[in-house]
Design a protein around this ligand. Structure first.
Ligand code: TXA
Ligand code: MG
Length: 332
């Protein structure tokens, strides 16, 4: 099966495929997602298979609006309503208790909760509205590889394994949505994204915790995806925390370097990847950089700029840390 690329006019064709239980990748403002009808257990199982993803890792339920979400929830909590009003459509995923048996176990991983997201993308909004039912939406990459920020990335990983990809150009943000758990008394951010815990706290008028990766409920890791190695090219990745340390990293034809433009301008390297002029641009380009070097077989080590300031730095460092397995470059 050759995977078909769909443009805006071809959304009805993609709707038909999803209705028939087929897989179609879709654009969002964060990264591309891999869609299947969320109410069709068999279709959802196909998503795990195409991604090569462990099946105990639950999937996001992607909806067109609050009304569609409310079909799966006994009563939408006040806190959720506030966040939805402020941030949807947008890069915030909300975890809520769901009605028993309203979603297949393949979606929830057997948890009493589900993760809901309403992306800010015109084509995807049209897709789900026309479908009339939610679609699951994990990132449309092979499990453990960097998330896809272009339709071409999706094609590279999943061609032949899925029916289609809706192409709406490169994604805007480039890092996945913020996940906030509202199934607990004190809301907690399980995965950092562009929307910060401070912004959420401001809307809720309540303190919001930040998961440090240790929170567990009865042995189940919160945001189960957290326990797997992620975003990883085959070559080892090293985080370079200080700009001046780029002068001290190893040199040679097998070394890849990804950093902001002004940093790259000061160093000699055959394999430079320009992350842009700001941390927001670096967030937008990070996964593309990791993928670029992963496709260059002669690259044996990758050095990537780290950041400590800026709203998106927590999300950026969270992804970079996982792809580097926590390894920082230590200058001698
Ligand atoms: O920006 C995004 O959120 C993208 C786009 C495509 O929408 N999607 C995405 O999905 O990043 P995925 O599956 O790669 O990440 C979803 C995370 C996983 O780590 C999963 O374990 C967690 O959400 N998750 C899903 N349901 C959960 C639940 N009920 N409780 C805790 N974590 C949950
Ligand atoms: Mg993912």
């Amino acid at each position: 099966m050759e995977t078909k690329i769909f443009k805006k006019e071809e959304i009805p064709e993609a709707v038909t495929l999803l209705k028939a239980g087929k897989l179609v990748a879709f654009p969002t403002e964060t990264v591309y997602g891999l869609g299947a009808l969320a109410t069709n257990e068999k279709a959802v199982k196909g998503v795990y298979e195409a991604k090569g993803r462990p099946s105990d890792n639950p999937l996001i339920v992607t909806v067109s609006d609050e009304k569609m979400m409310s079909r799966f929830v006994d009563q939408v909590p006040e806190k959720a309503k506030k966040l939805i009003k402020h941030f949807w459509p947008g890069p915030l995923t909300i975890i809520l208790f769901v009605k028993k048996d309203s979603l297949p176990t393949a979606v929830t991983g057997g948890l009493p909760t589900a993760a809901f997201r309403c992306p800010n993308d015109e084509l995807t909004h049209e897709l789900i509205s026309k479908l009339g039912d939610p679609i699951v939406g994990p990132s449309a990459n092979t499990s453990t590889k960097p998330s896809p920020t272009t339709a071409q990335h999706v094609y590279h990983d999943l061609n032949g394994k899925i029916a289609g990809i809706i192409d709406n150009g490169p994604t805007e943000i480039g890092l996945e949505s913020t996940i906030v758990d509202l199934s607990v008394d004190q809301p907690i951010v399980l995965r950092p994204g562009e929307i910060t815990p401070q912004e959420i706290a401001q809307v809720l008028g309540q303190e919001v915790l930040m998961n440090k990766g240790t929170t567990q409920t009865k042995g189940i890791p919160k945001a189960p995806g957290m326990k797997y190695r992620h975003y990883a090219p085959s070559a080892p990745v090293y985080i370079v925390d200080k700009e001046e340390d780029f002068q001290k990293i190893p040199q040679g034809p097998n070394i890849g370097v990804a950093a902001l433009n002004p940093v790259l301008a000061k160093i000699n390297s055959d394999n430079k990847f320009n992350l842009g002029d700001s941390i927001d641009e670096a967030a937008h380009n990070l996964f593309g950089a990791l993928r670029f070097f992963d496709n260059e077989n002669h690259i044996h080590e990758i050095y990537v700029q780290g950041f400590s300031k800026g709203n998106i730095s927590a999300a950026y460092m969270n992804r970079l840390n996982k792809s580097a397995a926590g390894h920082h470059f230590l200058a001698k």
